[in-house]
Every structure is written in C-alpha cells, then in structure tokens.
Design a binder for this molecule. Sequence first.
Ligand SMILES: Nc1ncnc2c1ncn2[C@@H]1O[C@H](COP(=O)(O)OP(=O)(O)O)[C@@H](O)[C@H]1O
Ligand SMILES: [Mg+2]
Length: 257
Amino acid sequence: MPLIEARELSRVYDLDSGRVTALDRVSLDIEAGDLVAVMGPSGSGKSTFMNLIGCLDRPTGGHYRLDGVAVETLSGDGLAELRNRKLGFVFQQFNLLPRVDACANVELPMAYAGADGKTRKARALAALGRVGLAERAHHRPMQLSGGQQQRVAIARALVNEPRLLLADEPTGALDSRTALEILALFQDLNREGVTVVLVTHDAEVARHARRVIRFRDGKLLSDTRQEAAEAREALAALDAGHAVEPGSEMATLEVLA
Ligand SMILES: Nc1ncnc2c1ncn2[C@@H]1O[C@H](COP(=O)(O)OP(=O)(O)O)[C@@H](O)[C@H]1O
Ligand SMILES: [Mg+2]
C-alpha cells in the first residue's frame, strides 16, 4: 500500500476575479521510504500540492489517502491528529519561536501528545541529537546560524516520529554549502526509513532525490526516477577543495611531497 495515494486531486479557488485552478486532477502514488523532489515554476501548484498531502488544506475535487486513511472522511480534529501523528513539516523560513530555546521549540508538537514535561524534554533533546545539535539545545534561534535553525526545525518535525517529512523549499534561504548539509541530513533520515517529499525550484537540490515530479499550471507534467546524488560526497569534495587552496597546510604538504 502506498503511503500517499492521490487520485484526480484538484484545488480550485473561486475568487471575485475568476476561478484559479491551483491543482488540476493530479493522480500519483508515493511509496513509503522514497525521497521525492517536487519541481515547477512559481505558481505551478507545488505548495498547493504539499498543503493537500500534508492535510493543511482540503481538495475541491478528487481523493486522497494517507497511509490508507481516506482523508476526506476526517473531521477537523481528526485531520489535526493525523498531521500531528504522521507528518512533519519544514519550511523555507524555519518558523521557529524566537523567544524560547531550541529545546522548547522542538517540544512544541508534543504539547498535544499528552507526554509529561520530563519525557517531552528527553525526546526533544534526542531529536536535537539526531540532527547534530545536542550542544545547542539551550540557544535561542537568533543565536544560531541559518543552517542550525533549519536543523532545529527538522528536529521539531521529527519529534513525533512521523512517517512523512514534507519540506517546502527547505534550502531556499541557505547558502549552497549549508543547503548540501541539510540535504545530507534528509538523505540520512531517509535511509533510516523516513519518507521525504521536498519542494524545490533548484535543479541542483532535486539531483539529491530519487524521484522528481514536475508541475506546470497545476498539472502533473512529468514524473521521473534517477540515481540520487550523494550530498555527503559533494560535501567531502568541497572540503578537499578547500584543503588544497594555495597557502593551506594541505597545499604546502603536496608541494613538499
Ligand atoms: N489562497 C489562495 N487563493 C487564491 N489563489 C491561490 C491561493 N493559493 C494559491 N493560489 C494560486 O494557485 C496557483 C498555485 O499556487 P502555489 O501552489 O502557491 O504555487 P507554487 O508553490 O508552485 O509557487 C497560483 O496561481 C496561485 O496564485
Ligand atoms: Mg510555493
């Protein structure tokens, strides 16, 4: 059974100025364990699609099953519970609370889960450890770099052990090296079994997915599989490149050799 089953999924907005078909009868499955990039120009329906599969919005047409559950049969509360239990969200602008530390930010999705304070804290610290930020647990967002803030957001998305991680332009606000670090983290999580769907307009980012879905004008334009580039390899190559820059210790050693 696929994790995501979309059938003729549509989202139409009726505005005073006319109808906008943001998503136009999209049918596709996403299997558990996949790493999928969603591409397309601005306005092509990428965020609309993510909001529907993330149960943040309801379709105006078609059907959607998440992990076998027909989402249209659920009430608002049912949807919220499904989101909380099965989904983690990551956004371009991190969306962290500025006044509390990383640990408290990561604890937030557990506020409804009924765990006591001590358990919540332990699980938040474990999630921060998983994204390599155990040492930054008591820093506020402003005291962290962009890449570190996005890691906190990813820890927050992971803290309820979701099956599916949905990320809308997660590297859009980061420099290319930091973006690679975030992609390496997504690839690690994917290897651990988390299904990842990420929106990007950047072909360089999409190279790290195993499947690329393209939208245009709200329609599914193409759906291809590829060998995913390894972000860790690109990072290692970058590090090696730095090491042989003129004047560096490595360059000196090479000259001497
Ligand atoms: N809340 C909304 N009300 C009206 N139109 C919307 C709304 N959200 C998105 N749209 C329209 O739907 C289309 C797809 O938008 P979106 O999914 O945000 O595209 P993308 O994420 O690919 O840039 C666009 O034409 C956009 O203007
Ligand atoms: Mg968008």
